[in-house]
Design a protein around this ligand. Structure first.
Ligand SMILES: [Zn+2]
Length: 266
């Protein structure tokens, strides 16, 4: 004991000091070591507790991540619900004055529309029809002379449709599948006889009559619903201007513009 005490620098006079005093002196020496050991034990304990806590929190986090899809289901469903579709259709073209202006506007706004063309005008302005086709719009048949098909013989009505299909095919190489009878007046069984699909409309702002951009826009945007087909005529500057405003307003309301085939076959 005294050897060790001497080694650690404690002076012990063994003859004069009882052993408890010696122990006390030695204990003084060991206090910092005990405190250090205590500190290490506490640190280890705290570390264990912290690691436990961290492991638990991390496990919980990953468990939650597994449970939660990347896009919450409700948000995804809401997003799908919000996609409303609408189709702009333009009758009576191609028009030498306004159809190209309309095509320019549709291109800028990246909207595809459907054009129901009059066969006679197709023969007069094939270059405009070519542009309609090449820019990805859908082309339909609106008879050759814009006549009421219901007021003529079956043979004459078929001729009106056939001649228009041929005129369009001469320009685009494609026979139209869709037919819009002038005045919405359809002859019974003519669509099946001609193997065509009849397309009418849901929203008619009577743009040809009112010829007022603001009124046409207002009539359309206040009546339109998801899945509707809008009837306009690329025969008037007011209708072309209205179409541009309608696109902006309905797009801001979450509408997507499609061609009629997308609405019919959905
Ligand atoms: Zn028409």
């Amino acid at each position: 004991m005294t050897g060790f005490a001497a080694y650690i620098g404690i002076e012990i006079v063994e003859d004069q000091e009882p052993s408890y005093i010696i122990m006390k002196k030695l204990h003084k020496f060991f206090i910092p070591i005990e405190l250090f050991l205590l500190f290490v034990i506490v640190c280890r304990y705290m570390e264990d507790r912290l690691m436990d806590k961290l492991t638990h929190v991390t496990a919980e986090y990953f468990k939650e991540q597994e449970k939660a899809p990347l896009v919450p289901v409700n948000a995804k469903a809401a997003e799908q619900e919000e996609v409303k579709k609408v189709a702009l259709t333009f009758d009576d073209g191609p028009n030498a004055c306004y159809t190209e202006e309309l095509l320019d506007g549709l291109a800028v706004k990246e909207v595809k529309a459907t054009f129901f063309l009059i066969g006679k005008k197709v023969d007069e302005s094939p270059e405009i029809v070519k542009r309609i086709f090449e820019e990805g719009h859908l082309i339909g048949n609106h008879s050759y002379d814009h006549v009421n098909l219901n007021e003529m013989s079956e043979e004459k009505a078929c001729e009106q449709i056939h001649k228009t299909n041929e005129a369009i095919k001469n320009v685009t190489g494609m026979i139209p599948e869709y037919l819009r009878p002038p005045f919405g007046s359809f002859k019974k069984n003519l669509d099946s006889d001609m193997n065509m699909i009849e397309v009418l409309w849901d929203v008619d702002p009577r743009d040809w009559s009112v010829k007022n951009t603001g009124k046409v826009v207002n009539r359309v945007v206040t009546n339109v619903q998801d899945g509707d087909i809008i009837l306009l005529h690329d025969e008037y500057a007011t209708s072309v201007a209205a179409a541009m405003e309608i696109i902006d307003i309905l797009k801001s309301q979450g509408y997507e513009f499609v061609t009629v085939d997308e609405l019919i076959f959905e």
